[in-house]
Design a protein around this ligand. Structure first.
Ligand SMILES: O=C(O)CCC(=O)C(=O)O
Ligand SMILES: [Fe+2]
Length: 328
């Protein structure tokens, strides 16, 4: 349990997996990230190799916790790391669409270092120019949109729910917090929500009676094929849904979707990220979203780095030209 995590609906602690670095662990990670920071570019395969190699020198407790989360993400499907060495002095928060971090800064190095311990850090060519480290920042032109540049409430979603190769994990590292203290990423796990649903609805969700549209950040990818929302073990299923972009193909399927949303809402938890906090959500079990907030667009707004991770790099080889990190 970290102070970053509290269950909003009951006020009690969650079973979320969490590690808060001690001062010596933080110093060790600082040295690793400093070694990776410099003129190189994050999107350079040589730099990525160095970052993977540096993973062997992560604080052992952090490496063990990441390994444990990968083995079983727990009932919340969420893992938080606190006290990462994000510098206090930062450039202004960017406020432009499609903002990414190409430079090998300390925060970019941290995001990739931790992500690479879970699997292969990947990106999508059509989204944010295929950059491995992306900025989650409020953008004036996107204020009302269902995108991470928006500031209206962001509906619960599986990341890239429309895509055949969705990320297995989404990592969000906080560089700068929101002005309102309580602006949170929200998470909700199907492991928590399933017991609240009736079997008829769960059965409908297991059938290919849903379509999901690509988000605005993906240039013109269109609609998915019909797909189930729940798949795998009926008692511990994977979840694939975006409550803004997924539509049901019939009335029964729609009723099941509404019940699912209610159940997920009932078990939601707030993850209020502070500078140096990073959260990983298991994108197969957990939907995430965000509360509404009021940006100032003056360089001091909320700023996160985002990375995507795949567990099986080989599975997507046909979509990755040159065996690189970016999916076409
Ligand atoms: O702003 C947030 O906390 C989450 C935004 C989001 O859904 C994303 O970047 O994938
Ligand atoms: Fe997201």
């Amino acid at each position: 349990m970290t102070s970053a995590m509290a269950r909003t609906n009951t006020g009690s602690d969650t079973d979320v997996l969490a590690v808060r670095l001690t001062a010596p662990e933080r110093a060790g990670l600082q040295a690793l990230a400093d070694g990776l920071a410099g003129p190189a570019l994050v999107d350079d395969p040589g730099w990525q190799r160095q970052a993977r190699d540096a993973g062997g020198r992560l604080p052992p407790r952090l490496a063990a916790a990441l390994r444990s989360f990968r083995h079983d993400p727990g009932p919340e499907g969420t893992f938080t790391v606190g006290n990462l060495p994000v510098p206090a002095a930062l450039p202004p928060t960017p406020a432009v669409p499609e903002s990414v971090e190409r430079a090998a800064t300390v925060p970019a190095a941290l995001a990739v270092l931790l992500g690479a311990e879970l699997g292969a850090v990947i990106a999508y060519r059509e989204e944010k120019h295929g950059a491995l480290v992306q900025n989650v920042v409020p953008v004036p032109a996107l204020a009302g949109s269902q995108s991470n540049g928006g500031s209206v409430r962001l509906e619960f979603h599986t990341e890239n729910a429309f895509h055949p190769h969705r990320p297995d994990y989404v990592g969000l590292l906080c560089l700068r917090p929101a002005h309102e203290d309580q602006v949170g990423t929200q998470v909700a796990s199907i492991r928590r929500a399933l017991p609240l649903m009736d079997e008829g609805c769960a059965a409908a969700l297991r059938e290919a009676r849903y379509l999901t549209e690509a988000p605005p950040s993906f240039a013109g990818a269109g609609l998915s094929r019909p797909h189930p929302v729940l798949s795998g073990a009926p008692e511990d299923p994977d979840l694939r849904v975006d409550f803004h972009a997924t539509r049901a193909l019939d009335e029964g399927a729609q009723k099941a979707l509404a019940q699912l949303r209610e159940a997920l809402w009932a078990v939601r938890a707030d993850v209020v990220l502070r500078p140096g906090d990073m959260v990983f959500v298991d994108n197969r079990l957990v939907v995430h979203g965000r509360v509404a907030f009021t940006p100032r667009y003056d360089g001091t707004d909320r700023w996160l780095h985002r990375v995507f991770v795949h567990l099986d790099h080989r599975r997507t080889r046909a979509s990755r030209p040159g065996n690189g990190a970016v999916l076409d």
